[in-house]
Design a protein around this ligand. Structure first.
Ligand code: BGC
Length: 749
């Protein structure tokens, strides 16, 4: 705040000094490009260099002489990170930097509701604006390629169409507040282990069909103002300065007019940073998190070394002016935007948004014998089991860690909702990770328990025998090697002996409800013994309330999986083909560290997620797009606007959705397209449209989904362009990728 006020005063002085007439760059009735030209023409070389690199952990300089305030950014995708010291990762110790934690983006994706993505972006933008942040380092849209991926919880699942559809409104919502989004991590940062060393080798087709579409949509449709280069390499160049992905694709093909920001410490070379598309450098010499050096900011690749290079004639100012233009554009869109609305922090509307998104994102995976929703008449004694029922999950996980104003724990949400009509008991069941600290933010919880696994299981089983319902809240957590930045999971199985606990509980109760807290799928060898399974993600501040909403039926679950839930790791292409985590180029590279390379070849190509399982006829534990409700629906009467599509026309498919059950609920109609005959190998089917509708019992509604020929296209490697081939296609409609019940044919001419 202090910086903004000072800068504004300077701006006023600048205007007065410049006589009566407002300079063009300060005149917001003028077109932005003219204001940029004008500002650029007034800047000194030093001022230009200053705005293209950090001046603190999360800020970069403005142009005080011209009245441009400093520029402030912060993590992260699902809440505004607490403030750290100017040049340290330690907490600044502010008392006004607590936030609302929104559900992590896997949960948002699971809502399949773009309106909620808009609400999410706007609400988070409001929190950011209040906190004085001009850019939020998110959303993340890297594709879920392996269930071991440590940061999958921060992303939007495995499908390029779903992620594209959900990311666009998020960005628009956030940027409507005058706060820039910074879409990350561009690109091919699909696992965390060795993220600084991985050189991804991937076919052009998989790159364009699977890994780039969400970024492309973010840029072309979302009009994102910034994008973050990833740590890893592609074509042997770091993604923070990559000729191919930044200059050619992002700024060339997609005409991106925003700013490319480096991931923290992701810039490695002045020459490449100058030429290969990087615009703003953050976090260098800090390895992103810990190590630092004095006077680091002047030594940044895009600071003094660049300045010297220009002065010595090594570089012209051509690239510099392009970078500065982009930064000025970002300033005019954010810090210099005098129309920015009012904003709020921790407002009730933000809690409401968080709860609504969580209520719609939680996925009911299995519900045998209609164990759920909990019948309040039968629920006199409820046993809650598991560490995740009592553990705060907003602290940890890496840079997305938050300091929340409040977080309702699952056990407290259940007590609040059911405590007056039932006796609620708790058994720990397992001990996972009892630490609760990230970068100086502490949960303050004491979760220590020294009992052995056998003792914990025995206690839970004993108590379960007398309970009407047993709710086990388990899964992963935000500790290292779980759902956490920096590493991947080491195993697909649930950690901490939870499988043994679940098996033991299933033996003594037939009303066992397993609530899985994670951003990833886990092995469920006991699936057939547990009647109800709920995927509840990391849902932030409203975790306990939302879980209680769904378990009691106050919210009728409507989430659908944004990824395939594999039975075993080998059911996933990346693992079946043994391409993960890659091969070190030289045998001693692994030990040698930082600048060594591990090549990771995405041999499965476009066959990621359901594209892989369907091609190989593998039955997943739960399919992409799957999710149950407490009511039932019929989808019928498929109609199409024409039998043929041309390159200029669209085709609309219409179905009638009816709520055939007894509760109000939502169904998501999913449209998949199959290319019946193609000149290249194509997936069995691909998601190309969806729509979520809410219906009262007995109510029915016609649902339209419209596609054009881009929905039929594949990326043709010979011509390096998208191509849709004439011929026969099928439209497949259903409510999950493994439950398409309606089918029709059409041709492209
Ligand atoms: C992460 C980014 C994050 C940045 C700043 C990096 O280590 O990869 O996602 O935005 O740090 O905290």
């Amino acid at each position: 705040m202090r910086h903004i006020i000072t800068s504004c005063l300077i701006a006023v002085c600048a205007m007065t000094a410049n006589a009566q007439q407002t300079p063009v760059y300060l005149d917001d009735t003028q077109p932005i490009e003219q204001r940029i030209d004008d500002a650029l023409s007034r800047m000194t070389l030093q001022e230009k260099i200053r705005v293209i690199h950090a001046q603190s952990k999360f800020s970069s300089a403005g142009i005080p002489r011209l009245g441009f305030p400093d520029f402030w950014t912060d993590d992260g995708p699902h809440g505004v990170r607490p403030d750290v010291l100017w040049d340290e990762w330690e907490q600044a110790g502010q008392t006004n930097d607590s936030c609302v934690a929104f559900p992590a983006l896997t949960c948002l994706a699971a809502t399949w509701n773009p309106d909620l993505a808009a609400l999410y972006g706007k609400s988070l933008g409001e929190e950011a604006l209040y906190r004085g942040k001009d850019m939020i380092l998110g959303p993340g849209v890297n594709i879920y390629r392996t269930p071991l991926g440590g940061r999958n919880f921060e992303y939007m699942g495995e499908d390029p169409y779903l992620a594209s559809t959900m990311v666009v409104p998020y960005i628009r919502g956030m940027q409507s507040m005058g706060v820039s989004s910074c879409v990350k991590h561009y690109c091919l940062n699909n696992d965390e282990e060795y993220r600084f060393n991985v050189n991804v080798i991937v076919s052009d087709r998989a790159l364009h069909e699977i890994y780039l579409p969400a970024f492309k949509a973010a840029v072309e449709q979302g009009k994102a103002w910034a994008i973050m280069g990833a740590y890893n390499l592609y074509k042997n160049e770091h993604n923070c300065h990559n000729q191919y992905t930044l200059n050619r694709i992002l700024k060339g093909d997609w005409a991106f007019d925003g700013v490319v920001v480096s991931d923290w410490g992701g810039c490695h070379d002045t020459d490449q940073a100058v030429k290969n598309g990087l615009d703003m450098e953050f976090g260098s010499w800090t390895n992103g998190l810990s190590a630092g050096t004095s006077n680091a900011y002047d030594n940044y690749y895009l600071a003094t070394p660049y300045l010297k290079g220009i002065k010595s004639g090594k570089y012209t100012t051509k690239e510099l002016d392009d970078k500065v233009r982009r930064v000025l554009r970002l300033f005019f869109r954010t810090t210099m935007n005098r129309q920015r609305p009012h904003s709020f922090l921790c407002s009730e509307s933000h809690y409401e948004a968080a709860r609504k998104i969580a209520d719609e994102g939680i996925v009911l995976l299995q519900n045998r014998n209609n164990v759920l929703p909990i019948d309040r008449n039968k629920a006199k004694r409820i046993l809650v089991v598991g560490e995740n029922a009592i553990k705060m999950m907003t602290v940890g996980g890496g840079s997305s860690s938050l300091k929340v104003q409040r977080e309702t724990l699952p056990i407290d949400g259940l007590r609040a909702k059911l405590g007056s009509s039932a006796e609620i008991d708790y058994a720990r069941g397992y001990v996972g990770d009892v630490t609760g600290e990230y970068n100086g933010v502490e949960t303050g919880q004491n979760l220590k328990d020294n009992r052995s696994a056998d003792q914990l299981i025995a206690e839970a089983v004993e108590k379960a025998k007398n309970a009407d319902y047993v709710i086990m809240v388990g899964g992963l957590n935000k500790s290292d090697y779980q759902d956490c930045e920096g590493h991947d999971r080491k195993q697909y199985e649930l950690p901490y002996d939870q499988n043994r606990l679940i098996e033991a509980l299933a033996k003594v109760t037939d009303r066992l409800i397993y609530v899985n807290v994670s951003g990833n799928a886990v092995a469920m060898p006991w699936k057939n013994k547990v009647p109800a399974i709920v995927q509840s993600w990391f849902i932030g501040s409203e975790a306990g309330n939302a879980i209680a909403d769904v378990l009691t039926g106050d919210a009728n679950p409507s989430g659908k999986l944004p990824f395939t839930w594999y039975g075993s790791l080998n059911d996933c292409g990346a693992h079946a083909l043994k391409t993960y985590p890659g091969t070190w180029r030289n045998t001693d590279d692994k030990a040698a560290g930082a600048d060594r390379i591990i090549d990771e070849e995405y041999k499965e190509g476009i066959y990621v997620g359901y594209r892989w399982t369907e091609k190989n006829r593998i039955k997943p534990t739960f399919a992409f797009g799957h999710g149950l409700s407490y009511t039932s629906f019929s989808i019928s009467d498929l109609r199409q606007s024409a039998k043929e599509m041309t390159r200029d026309s669209k085709l609309t498919f219409t179905v009638t959705v009816k709520n055939t059950g007894t509760k109000r609920g939502a169904e998501t109609v999913q449209l998949y397209v199959k290319d019946v005959k193609a000149s290249v190998d194509r997936p069995v089917k691909e998601l190309k449209g969806f729509k979520k509708v809410w219906l009262n019992p007995g109510e029915q509604q016609d649902v339209d989904i419209t596609i054009d020929n881009t929905a039929l296209a594949f990326y043709d490697e010979t011509s390096s362009s998208w191509k849709s081939e004439n011929g026969l296609f099928e439209a497949l409609i259903g409510n999950a990728s493994d439950n398409v019940t309606l089918k029709t044919r059409f041709t492209l001419k």
